[in-house]
Ligand binder design. Structure first.
Ligand code: ADP
Ligand code: ADP
Length: 225
């Protein structure tokens, strides 16, 4: 019942069908990696779940409620973006607190929640800095805190590690896995990397040509035929 369920989910752009009638249940608290060739519909699926893209058909159920037509901030989902895309003129703390402003929380509450999240990603000591004064990995942690501060049930990640160097990628990867265990929320992570998927995923969903081609335990999905 705490699951996220996609039911006959479809997205058309004119004559292009980007996502064609997909059906899937994401179990609460699982780390799901979404794999597949470029253009197969991964980002579109994520953006529909997050509410950054309208659905053409079908529904998105979270705990049994259809969230497909709710505004992004009211869905219980949050998205972390590949490009850090932090607001350059806002401090780290204000960047993280920003999404709570949309929810109408007062200033003291926003700052308390932001600081708590920054502690969680080990960035509390840098809360007063501007994004430009941070390393790439640190900026990525702030982006993560910004997504998590709204206390989403489902965290959506669109290639969150691809801009990082290999060393940092492994560190942030471990961080993501730790947060999944600690927070018990569902992660849906789009990636090109099979190694990344193997390291992170409880379940792998493979898309191809706008449909879900395969889903299952990493061991089974990557098993030689
Ligand atoms: P992936 O994330 O797997 O690379 P996308 O979801 O970005 O794939 O794209 C799926 C298909 O939808 C592609 O054919 C892409 O060209 C098309 N598409 C994505 N976004 C748009 C858009 N805003 N307008 C028109 N076509 C789009
Ligand atoms: P689209 O391709 O439809 O623009 P995006 O997911 O890129 O879809 O963006 C959807 C909305 O989210 C846009 O209003 C955009 O300005 C906003 N957005 C995109 N990236 C970020 C980000 N890193 N932080 C905050 N808002 C963002």
């Amino acid at each position: 019942e705490d699951d996220l369920e996609l039911v006959h989910l479809t997205k058309r752009y004119g004559d292009t069908v980007a996502v064609r009638d997909i059906n899937h249940v994401f179990n609460k608290g699982t780390y799901v990696c979404l794999l597949g060739p470029s253009g197969c519909g991964k980002s579109t699926t994520l953006r529909m779940i997050a509410g950054h893209e309208d659905v053409s058909d079908g529904s998105i159920l979270l705990q049994g409620q259809d969230i497909a037509h709710l505004p992004p901030a009211k869905r219980g989902t949050a998205m972390m973006f590949q490009s850090y895309a932090l607001f350059p003129h806002l401090s780290v703390r204000d960047n993280v607190a920003f999404s709570l402003r949309m929810k109408g929380e007062d200033r003291a509450t926003r700052h308390r929640a932001a600081d708590e999240m920054l502690e969680l990603v080990d960035m509390g000591h840098l809360a007063a800095r501007l994004p430009a004064q941070l390393s790439g990995g640190q900026q990525q942690r702030v982006a993560l805190a910004r997504a998590l501060v709204t206390k989403p049930r489902v965290l959506l990640l669109d290639e969150p590690l691809s801009a990082l160097d290999p060393f940092l990628r492994i560190r942030v990867r471990a961080e993501l896995k730790r947060l999944q265990r600690e927070l018990g929320i569902t992660f849906i992570h789009v990636t090109h990397g099979q190694d990344e998927a193997l390291a992170l995923a409880d379940e792998i969903v493979v898309m191809n040509n706008a449909v879900i081609e395969q889903a299952g335990h990493p061991r089974d999905v990557f098993a030689a035929p």
